[in-house]
Design a protein around this ligand. Structure first.
Ligand code: FES
Length: 108
């Protein structure tokens, strides 16, 4: 699933307060689970909830400094780009996300 500018559709997924700070909330779209993350300073990011290493649930990882550490074997993934950090190589799909008022919208 690729969200391009021409096909982007914003879907309301609930209030900002439904996503814990330094945590995530999962949204299911079709057969894809998307993890919407909230940082300590209320920035929002959305990634497919699947680690590029071995499909670990990134939504259950530890959020820190714009990154999430996978709970399975500790790869560190950029929330902004979905790319594995350091010596690890892999990529998780990212999705656009925005806040309008107190409502979070996911671009799919
Ligand atoms: S499954 Fe994420 S680090 Fe291995």
């Amino acid at each position: 699933m690729n969200a391009t500018a021409t096909s982007l559709h914003w879907v309301a997924i609930g209030p900002l307060t439904a996503i814990p700070r330094l945590g995530a909330r999962c949204v299911i779209k079709g057969d894809t689970s998307i993890a919407v993350f909230r940082t300590s300073d209320d920035r929002l990011f959305a990634l497919e909830d699947r680690c590029p290493n071995d499909n670990g649930p990134l939504s259950q990882g530890i959020v820190h400094d714009g990154l999430v550490t996978c709970p399975i074997c500790n790869w560190v993934i950029s929330l902004e780009t979905g790319a594995a950090q350091g010596a690890d190589e892999g990529q998780t799909q990212t999705f656009p996300v925005k806040l309008d008022g107190d409502t979070v919208y996911l671009g799919v």
